[in-house]
Design a protein around this ligand. Sequence first.
Ligand SMILES: Nc1nc2c(c(=O)[nH]1)N[C@H]1C(S)=C(S)[C@@H](COP(=O)(O)OP(=O)(O)OC[C@H]3O[C@@H](n4cnc5c(=O)[nH]c(N)nc54)[C@H](O)[C@@H]3O)O[C@H]1N2
Ligand SMILES: Nc1nc2c(c(=O)[nH]1)N[C@H]1C(S)=C(S)[C@@H](COP(=O)(O)OP(=O)(O)OC[C@H]3O[C@@H](n4cnc5c(=O)[nH]c(N)nc54)[C@H](O)[C@@H]3O)O[C@H]1N2
Ligand code: SF4
Ligand SMILES: [Mo]
Length: 675
Amino acid sequence: MNQNGVVHAVCSLDCPDQCGLLLHKQDGRIVKVEGDPDHPVTKGNICNKVRNMTHRIYDEKRLTHPMKRVGAKGEGKFAQISWEEAIETVTSKWKELIKTDGPESILPYSFYGNMGRLAAEGMDRRFFHRLGASQLIRSICSIAGTVGYKYTMGGAFGIDPEDTIHSKLIILWGINAASTNKQQVVLAQKARKQNGAKIVMIDVQKNQTGRLADWFIPILPGTDAALALGIMHILFDENLVDEYFLKQYTVGHEELREHVKQYTPESVSNITGVSVEDIYKLARMYGNTAPSYIRIGNGPQHHDNGGMFVRTVACLPALTGQWLEKGGGAIKSNSGYLAINERNLQRPDLLENKKTRAINMNQLGDALLHSDPPVKSLYVYTSNPAVVAPSGNKVREGLEREDLFLVVHDLFLTETAKYADIVLPSTSSFENTDLYTSYWHQFLQIQQPAIEPIGESKSNVEVFKMLAKGMGFTDSAFEDSEAEMIAQALDNPGNPYLEGIHYEDLAEKQYIKANIKPLFADKLPTPSGKIELYSQRMKADGHPPLPTYIPLVDDGDYPFLFVPAPNHNFLNSTFSNNEKHISLEKEPRLHINQKDAHAAGIEDGDMVCIWNHRGECKIKAAVGENVLPGVLVTQGLWADLEGTQHLVNSLTPDRIADMGGGATFFSARVDVEKL
Ligand SMILES: Nc1nc2c(c(=O)[nH]1)N[C@H]1C(S)=C(S)[C@@H](COP(=O)(O)OP(=O)(O)OC[C@H]3O[C@@H](n4cnc5c(=O)[nH]c(N)nc54)[C@H](O)[C@@H]3O)O[C@H]1N2
Ligand SMILES: Nc1nc2c(c(=O)[nH]1)N[C@H]1C(S)=C(S)[C@@H](COP(=O)(O)OP(=O)(O)OC[C@H]3O[C@@H](n4cnc5c(=O)[nH]c(N)nc54)[C@H](O)[C@@H]3O)O[C@H]1N2
Ligand code: SF4
Ligand SMILES: [Mo]
């Protein structure tokens, strides 16, 4: 490894952009992180979060050695131990638990704090399959929308984002792209400059993205499907649909035409809070502009009806035949193009047909407090559930359980790690070898170790190999090197887009685009092979077969809908413990409409308490016009810093969305008062 010079890297964060990076090294340390100007999509642009990444990599708070708890649960008192002692403690406890309670008493909990395919779903999956542990349904992020989109389109396939520079109308629907998909904004602005493209944003708050849009449309939370149906109503009514495309490429357009008659602009306006005039304006703009592109965000699918929202909005481009235009169509997620061989990587065969139970990660609190047989040990890695999981008070109560053996593997002593019995130090992604597959652009990328591990930290792959050895597992699956695992993952005959792409090529070239062909060159992977405006499969699964507006579940008699969204300078809870990133973000704020603030006697800058039956949260009010009356919005998953009560997930429901077991973070009702 060279001690000086510039090395290639990939951003490992859970962000669709997956930027190419250059790391500048001096005496073995990274001194500067910048965008790789040669990356075909991201072209040297990166966000401020990662430009400041050295503050995180070399933060003095980084964990450098394994530790065991010496204080009370959650007190955060630990003593240094060796890796040998750590692995021995964990595996002997687990062996004992397997004897007394069975392997299902052990539950893994992880998400995509590192998007590397090996870090997130490699040796860990092999290990827990072999162990026969309870399985985790990883549903916290985007599953409801993924399932909804699949009903319409057959899989996670949208357009090539590079083509969006040709779009003439770009609708950012429930996506705070300026913060969460920066590269899409770069392309949208290019489209605006080159072809006078209009950027429209539909959101419940006027955030950074709303401010750069040509037209910001505020909408009431959880009502977007109604707006999409109102647009369809006008498109059919005014003959703005593409009859040829509908006949050739869709099923159910006649049923849909009849069905949307009920969604009159007047009724839709009542539901959504969007004026009749604006509904007409938007529908006519959409019906008369080609190519038009909808970037479907994650926000509206974090509601009770989120799956149906995505299913519905995904029908729109078909009505006007946009999919055949360069730069026309939609993206929800493009992960289908880069689908790797999960069987090879995760080895579900190691489960040997054991019927182990599956636990939805959105209901971690219940799983820890009430599951039968109980969860006796939780192993958390690449995630921070004490802050990010819904109904957080239940989660933290579960983590406090005296008889829960909790192991946490992370780079920092997170809120979750504070409750641990054993804490293990993790490398950062720049210290490992891993494969990266974006869920927005269509490039595969590779990371090779750019610096030596900090302290005694180890990667997820290494730790699970050690745990396998400690458990006495002798399967060859636990011997594979990172390079071998990447080769196995890429060997996916089920995905023609990856054909001919090998580890060696990636190691040499750094990034390779999948072999993309036009989406409609073949049949779509839906049952009919066409876009399913009417879906027999949905009917079989107990959903209305046609796109439908379904109101949010009653969450109690509180006057406000509460939307605790992400912020600009953190990534979920990552960076929320870094001084640099906190100083950029300043402080958490509760956005409240001035009418509501006035009625409640709240002034800008006042400390307020928001509460419901799940908990409460104290925060400073930001009074203005950024949100509609009746809506409260916060930004960011702030760490539980000393003396603060900023944990917004204390208030969020752990109800399950309409599809895929998805999360409903944005469907809580709350009340607010001045402190
Ligand atoms: N800076 C930054 N970038 C991130 C993240 C981060 O935390 N910070 N998180 C990453 C992850 S894991 C993900 S999943 C993505 C998420 O990124 P996005 O896809 O942008 O999703 P969110 O930011 O959750 O929500 C987007 C917007 O939806 C709005 N919204 C909420 N409810 C509704 C509704 O009912 N209707 C409409 N129209 N809008 C609604 C919110 O106000 C918010 O502005 O971003 C990734 N990138
Ligand atoms: N209120 C509210 N809650 C939300 C959301 C919201 O919009 N609002 N968004 C939800 C969404 S979309 C998501 S995806 C989840 C995300 O929730 P999480 O997946 O928990 O994401 P992070 O908070 O970023 O935590 C990731 C952790 O992994 C650690 N880590 C990073 N790399 C590695 C590694 O290689 N190995 C190990 N062992 N650890 C590593 C980091 O230090 C960090 O502590 O949050 C959800 N929670
Ligand atoms: S967080 Fe997103 S925008 Fe920032 S560098 Fe990483 S991939 Fe790029
Ligand atoms: Mo996410």
